[in-house]
Design a protein. Structure first.
Length: 200
């Protein structure tokens, strides 16, 4: 779980504590089988400790916690290996990033006239000139024109259905494009009376 989201979730669930660590260590603490489990049915929780997981201890009712995570999601930057849900082309000309760039490249259904396009770029955030070598090293055909970074030609950054490589993921982050959704999936719940419920 990313730190920024973890802080937000912790502040909203202030009756709860999160534990992240090595799965084998957490499994050992709970008990890996029925014979050495700390409390009844904890070995069932232990068996689910594989991959990117953590433990959440809470004084809240399970229904409250389940509902919270069912409704909690945040836009996030896609990592390498993510399958793109859209095609993005960086247009030739002066480069900009942030909300203006995102709305201009992702709003395919809107036919912007020249005046509308000009208005949409009002207050756009431009890349500082010293970032030109970094953008070029990531594969973008950039050049400095009068101290401003320009894209030499229309550049297809990613196509819909394409698996992102590390350079594409980094470029999308630099442009401020969030294609992924951060969400926590609850796998099970365990109560102090030993009751265990699978949630997935």
């Amino acid at each position: 779980m990313r730190n920024s989201y973890l802080k937000e979730v912790r502040s909203k669930l202030n009756n709860s504590r999160f534990f992240f660590g090595r799965n084998k260590v957490m499994s050992k603490a709970l008990g890996s089988d029925q014979a050495d489990e700390y409390k009844e049915n904890l070995h069932l929780v232990s068996k689910l400790l594989t991959g990117e997981v953590g433990l959440l201890f809470s004084n809240d009712e399970p229904s409250y916690t389940i509902d919270f995570f069912k409704n909690y999601s945040e836009s996030d930057y896609a990592k390498a290996g993510f399958v793109s849900t859209v095609s993005i082309t960086v247009p030739a000309g002066e480069l900009f990033r942030g909300d203006s760039f995102v709305s201009s490249v992702l709003n395919d259904d809107v036919d912007m006239g020249a005046e509308d396009e000009k208005d949409s770029l009002y207050g756009a955030e431009h890349f500082p000139p010293n970032m030109e070598p970094q953008l070029r090293s990531l594969g973008l055909p950039t050049q400095l024109v009068k101290g401003k970074i320009h894209c030499a030609y229309d550049y297809n950054l990613v196509s819909k259905g394409q698996i992102l490589n590390p350079k594409q993921a980094q470029l999308l982050k630099l442009f401020g494009v969030k294609l992924a959704t951060f969400k926590v999936k609850l796998l099970c719940s365990w109560k102090n009376d030993g009751s265990f419920t699978t949630l997935k």
